[in-house]
Each structure stands twice: as structure tokens, then as C-alpha cells.
Ligand binder design. Structure first.
Ligand code: GMT
Length: 378
């Protein structure tokens, strides 16, 4: 199949999922066309069946806001025509599903029919999409997609509750390339980060409010009061600076490393003992899955789709949002007992296997095939 993939190219779950999906589909013989405003961060290598087409928005002083949707829909029209793309898979409803619908309509004028698969990722529904300013457009774009998928059952339920949806939503969970996270590093370079007796705690995110960064710091503060430990903070975002200040106020700056964005999270997870994800809302929690695939147990909140990924008492523990004391208690429970920690690490890996790339990607292929068939009938 010739598949067009539209996504956000930045660090962040939806872009990562879209990129890994495209790369895997290309390995399975499909021709992939990424269409977005810059090369996706995990798209390191282009090949003869992986292409990247940049959407550029010419600036014009009249516009207070540059019209990205317009540029994207025009680019989609051009790329579908030029590369004979058969199906468009858009990740994150806003504004991708909307722009794709416009492209589809323009193409129809020329007798070309290209169906649209929309994958809902989370904040496009829970935080941004349900805002009254966007809701009618998001509802419309979802209902006009030829197929809709969501990354967890919880996100599907939220979508049905928040919007007037007339389409069936297929749950296709996020996935992971287990081989990539297999322990291939003989030396994890752990010694560069901590002494032998120190436990390494890690958090990876885009440092937005929804990630509850102060809770990450507070949980770590409680941990390091009882056992020697270091905290690895990976990612960039508006909450990073306040987090650094909080570490200074708590007198733990020497125990916390802020990495910024990294393309080497497998290496960081390789030397981690525990992962923290106390988010306010999380449709899935891809970073938790990446940690688990590396054999790192997860201490998380029990919100959204996280319970579908992190199994309480098996791959880690779940607590109510903001319950820093419970999360700290659970973290210490695992970290203080080396045998228990080893068991949780093993369990985390085992649970992650359910989300292997080879299990999940065929589900998308089946959706593309069904959608194309249905469209031919119409
Ligand atoms: O977590 C974010 O804020 C980024 C966001 C994105 O779209 O990049 O992540 C969402 O999609 C990921 C991939 O499907 C999910 O694993 C995340 O849980 C989800 N984030 C939220 O729901 C907050």
C-alpha cells in the first residue's frame, strides 16, 4: 500500500507512535510518505520506501496566525496526486483530521478518492479537543473519518462521553519494538550517573502541566530521604525551569540530572531502576511502556489508560492522582528490597510483551485494508 502519514514531528507520544508505525510498515513492504512541518525526530533514515514531504507555511504579515491547516491540506492534495497515495493515516485529530478531510474533498473534485484513518492520541480529546472553541470541528472531523482508532479503551470511552460520535472507534494500543529495548548494552554506563549503592529513578516527558512534574520531584525527595538515589529528568517543556527551582529549594539539585530531549532514552532506561509517571491524565503512557520494555517498573497515577499498561502489583504500582505519599511508599517498597526489585523488573518486561510491535502493527494494516475495501464498495 502507499500510505500517507500525518503527525506532529516533535518529541511526544503521538509523533513517536506515528514514526515507529511508518518505519515498521515500510519494513513490511508498504511505501510510506510522512507529511508534516519538519522531519519527525525519530525518523533518522529515509529509504526508497520511506519519504518525507515538508509542509511550509509562507508567512504573510496580514495573518496573526499562519494558516497551517490550509498549507497541510494543499500539500496532502499534491502528494496524493504525485505519489498516488492510497490512504491517509492522520495522528492527533487537531488539526490533522480536519485538514485531511478538506484534502479528501478537494481530491474528490478531481475524481480521486482517498480514505482517511484518524488515530486519537489523548490530549486531542481530553485537554484540547473538548474545549468549546474546538469541539464542533473535532466532532465533525472524527465523524467524517473513514476509520477511527484510539490508543486505549479509556480514550475511546472519553471520546464517546465528550463528543457526539457516530463512528465505531477501534482500540489499537500503542506498541513497542521489544528488540530495540532488549538489553543489548553490555555496559549501561550506569557508573557515570550514580554510585553502586544509589538507585536510579527516571522520568521522561514533555514537561507540561499534565505530567505533574512537581509530584515527580516530591516523590524523589521522599525516596532519597530514605535510600541513596539519583533522579534522571529527560525532556523539555514549560515545567522544566520550575522543576529545577523546586530541586534547589529542596536542596536536592546535586542528585537530579536534567537531560533535555534525548534520542537515547533506551540507554537512559537501561540503567534506570524505577520510572515515575504521576500524570493528571494520560491516554496510554507510552513512556511507561518504553520503561517497562527496558525492565523498569513504573510508579504511576491510576488515570486514563495507564491501568491498561501498568499492572498494579505486577509491573509497578498505581495510586490516585496527587497521592505523593502513596507513590513514595510504593516506590520505597520496591527499591528497598533487591529481590523484589528484580522480580518487578522481570514482570515489567513480561507485561510489555503484550504491546510488541509485531502484534499491534498488523491491526493497523487490517484497518487500512478494510477501509479501502469499504470505500471501493461505496
Ligand atoms: O503526553 C503528551 O502530552 C504528548 C501526547 C502526544 O500526542 O504526543 O501524548 C499522548 O499520546 C501518546 C501516544 O499515543 C500517549 O501515550 C500519551 O499518553 C498521550 N498523552 C496524554 O494523554 C496526556
Amino acid at each position: 500500500m502507499r500510505i500517507g502519514i500525518v503527525c506532529y514531528p516533535t518529541f511526544g507520544g503521538s509523533g513517536v507512535v506515528a514514526t515507529e508505525l511508518g518505519l515498521e510498515l515500510s519494513k513490511r513492504g508498504h511505501e510510506i510518505h510522512f507529511i508534516t512541518y519538519s522531519q519527525p525526530v525519530r525518523l533518522e533514515l529515509l529509504s526508497n520506501n520511506v519519504h518525507y514531504h515538508e509542509v511550509t507555511v509562507p508567512e504573510y504579515p496580514l495573518f496573526l496566525y499562519q494558516p497551517y491547516e490550509l498549507a497541510l491540506s494543499s500539500k496532502l492534495v499534491d502528494m496524493v496526486k504525485l505519489h498516488k497515495i492510497e490512504i491517509l493515516h492522520v495522528h492527533y485529530a487537531i488539526p490533522h483530521a480536519y485538514a485531511a478531510y478538506m484534502a479528501k474533498k478537494m481530491l474528490q473534485e478531481d475524481g480521486i478518492y482517498v480514505p482517511i484513518v484518524t488515530t486519537l492520541h489523548g490530549t486531542d480529546i481530553t485537554l484540547v479537543g473538548s474545549h468549546p472553541f474546538y469541539k464542533p470541528a473535532v466532532t465533525f472531523s472524527i465523524n467524517k473519518s473513514d476509520a477511527v482508532t484510539s490508543v486505549s479503551q479509556s480514550l475511546k470511552d472519553d471520546t464517546m462521553r465528550l463528543f457526539d460520535i457516530k463512528k465505531d472507534i477501534h482500540v489499537v494500543p500503542n506498541f513497542i519494538d521489544l528488540e530495540k529495548y532488549a538489553p543489548k548494552f553490555t555496559d549501561c554506563q550506569r557508573a557515570m550517573m550514580a554510585t553502586d549503592d544509589e538507585k536510579i529513578i527516571t522520568h521522561i516527558s514533555n514537561f507540561r502541566k499534565v505530567k505533574q512534574i512537581p509530584d515527580v520531584i516530591k516523590i524523589f525527595y521522599n525516596i532519597q530521604k530514605e535510600i541513596p538515589a539519583k533522579l534522571m529528568m529527560v525532556g523539555e517543556g514549560p515545567e522544566r525551569e520550575p522543576a529545577e527551582r523546586l530541586c534547589e529549594e529542596l536542596g536536592i539539585s546535586d542528585k537530579v540530572v536534567f537531560f533535555g530531549n534525548s534520542n537515547e532514552i533506551d540507554k537512559i532506561l537501561c540503567f534506570s531502576d524505577l520510572f515515575l509517571l504521576p500524570s493528571l491524565t494520560e491516554s496510554f503512557g507510552l513512556s511507561a511502556l518504553e520503561a517497562m520494555a527496558s525492565g523498569v517498573p513504573v510508579i504511576s497515577s491510576n488515570t486514563g489508560g495507564i491501568p491498561e499498561v501498568n499492572v498494579h502489583g505486577v509491573s509497578g504500582y498505581l495510586s490516585d492522582i496527587n497521592d505523593v505519599d502513596d507513590m513514595s511508599k510504593n516506590a520505597l517498597h520496591i527499591l528497598k528490597n533487591d529481590e523484589l526489585l528484580a522480580q518487578f523488573k522481570k514482570n515489567a518486561k513480561e507485561v510489555a510483551k503484550k504491546f510488541g510491535i509485531h502484534e499491534i502493527v498488523p491491526q493497523y494494516e487490517a484497518i487500512y485494508e478494510d477501509t479501502l475495501k469499504q470505500c471501493m464498495v461505496l
